[in-house]
Design a protein around this ligand. Structure first.
Ligand SMILES: Cc1cc2nc3c(=O)[nH]c(=O)nc-3n(C[C@H](O)[C@H](O)[C@H](O)COP(=O)(O)OP(=O)(O)OC[C@H]3O[C@@H](n4cnc5c(N)ncnc54)[C@H](O)[C@@H]3O)c2cc1C
Length: 380
């Protein structure tokens, strides 16, 4: 039977394209229109991401989403360049008990991680300064990085070949009657009649939700990534998370790195914060890996996190009071790795009216009103 309901997806980044691609599987592809205002994806998170995947979360739902994500990425490994050198979380005295606690949760939920004492860290990673470290948590498999833009394009191709249409336009309003949205109003003057609307507008999802009268705590928050060259870069480097908040990992012949922001304004210009390299990033890098004293800054960029200001986790699913509006937003720095699971879950919710593969109800919007926030300790 042909799929009857018309589905409008607002935002054609990795999340919107993943939903569109998975909608193709039960044959709903031809009824899907993806509204994307900038098909070059210049400012989209999906094109400016560090594109890494880890199992080391502190909540069972995020671990389960990553398990689905890595299984998917392994199936398309050749197309997205997945590598799995692991994540290495480091703890000093202050962070030791939190790391051990998270380790217990991860092991209970099947994440292959190992706790390493300082002496073991020094033995396995001789290039690391371990004098102030008490513990490390190393992902043994299922963690690494990939080409995030290639993943976006893979979903987009699958969506297109299932019959979805991408239109270049901007959603600027909705025709809403009571608890139902009948059409999306477009900047070019048109209207798109629809039976289901999916908000996948990434960092701008709060704005799109507001057009429908919904308060969604998602803001564009800038994160800068620095690219450094180091002639004697140590080999066998995982993605390292330092107690200072610094993270770094290999990227081809280079190393990319970043630190958490000092203040965190909403939607500042998308300019890399170059001045922080010399004052914050480089000292932290050289402190943890002395070989990086010889590192040279060769590039960098900034992108927006789709930042959930309440509990820094995805907000996925329906909105109470609106019967045909679906959210898939707020991933706060872990949206690329969550795209396969969220895309599938979103498609299931639309076509079957429930989650079938993975129950994403802990990510529901209703958690805010019900006071069951989803606190994730490991937000990078
Ligand atoms: C610096 C950085 C590092 C990151 N590192 C990682 C990482 O290591 N691992 C990880 O998993 N995630 C990471 N992330 C997060 C991840 O990239 C995002 O969570 C993910 O890409 C979000 O995808 P999206 O499709 O929701 O948003 P986007 O890719 O931003 O797509 C949203 C799209 O919506 C369009 N749009 C917005 N409003 C409208 C409108 N009104 N009408 C039409 N179109 C509209 C935009 O043009 C955009 O193309 C990182 C992000 C950044 C910025």
């Amino acid at each position: 039977m042909a799929w009857a309901r018309r589905i409008a997806i607002i935002g054609g980044g990795v999340i919107g394209s993943a939903v569109a691609a998975f909608l193709g599987e039960p044959g709903a592809g031809e009824r899907v229109v993806v509204i994307e205002r900038d098909p070059t994806y210049r400012g989209a998170s999906s094109a400016l991401s560090a594109s890494s995947i880890r199992q080391q979360f502190s909540t069972p739902i995020n671990i389960a989403i990553s398990q689905y994500g890595i299984a998917f990425l392994r199936e398309v490994r050749g197309e997205v360049g997945l590598v799995e050198p692991g994540y290495l979380y480091l703890a000093d005295t202050a962070g030791r008990s939190a790391l051990a606690r998270q380790h217990a949760v991860q092991r209970r939920h099947g994440a292959p991680v190992a706790l390493l004492a300082a002496a073991e860290l020094a033995r396995r990673f001789p290039w690391l300064a371990t004098d102030d470290l008490t513990l490390g948590s190393l992902g043994l498999c299922g963690e690494g990085w990939f080409d995030g833009y290639a993943l976006l394009q893979l979903f987009r191709r699958r969506a297109l070949s299932a019959g979805a249409r991408y239109i270049t336009d901007e959603a600027i309003g909705f025709e809403r009657k009571g608890g139902h949205i009948g059409a999306v109003r477009l900047a070019e003057g048109g209207r798109l009649a629809c039976d289901v609307v999916v908000n996948t507008a990434g960092p701008w999802a709060g704005h799109v939700a507001a057009l429908a009268g919904i308060e969604l705590p998602v803001k564009p928050r800038r994160r800068s990534i620095y690219v450094v060259d180091c002639r004697e870069r140590p080999s066998g480097m995982p993605l390292v998370i330092d107690p200072s908040g610094l993270w770094f990992r290999p990227e081809g012949a280079y190393t990319i790195c970043g630190v958490p922001p000092e203040d965190d304004p909403d939607e500042p210009p998308l300019d890399c914060e170059w001045e922080r390299f010399e004052s914050v990033v480089w000292p932290a890098l050289a402190r943890r890996v002395p070989a990086f004293e010889a590192a040279k800054l060769v590039g960098g960029w900034a992108g927006y996190y789709d930042y959930n200001t309440v509990d820094q986790n995805g907000i996925v699913g329906p909105v109470p009071g609106l019967d045909n509006f679906l959210l898939a937003n707020g991933f706060s720095g872990h949206g690329l790795q969550q795209a396969p699971a969220v895309g599938r879950a979103g498609a299931e919710w639309i076509t079957a009216g429930r989650y079938e593969t993975l129950d994403l109800s802990p990510l529901g919007y209703d958690r805010f009103a019900q006071g069951r926030l989803l606190r994730e300790d490991n937000v990078i």
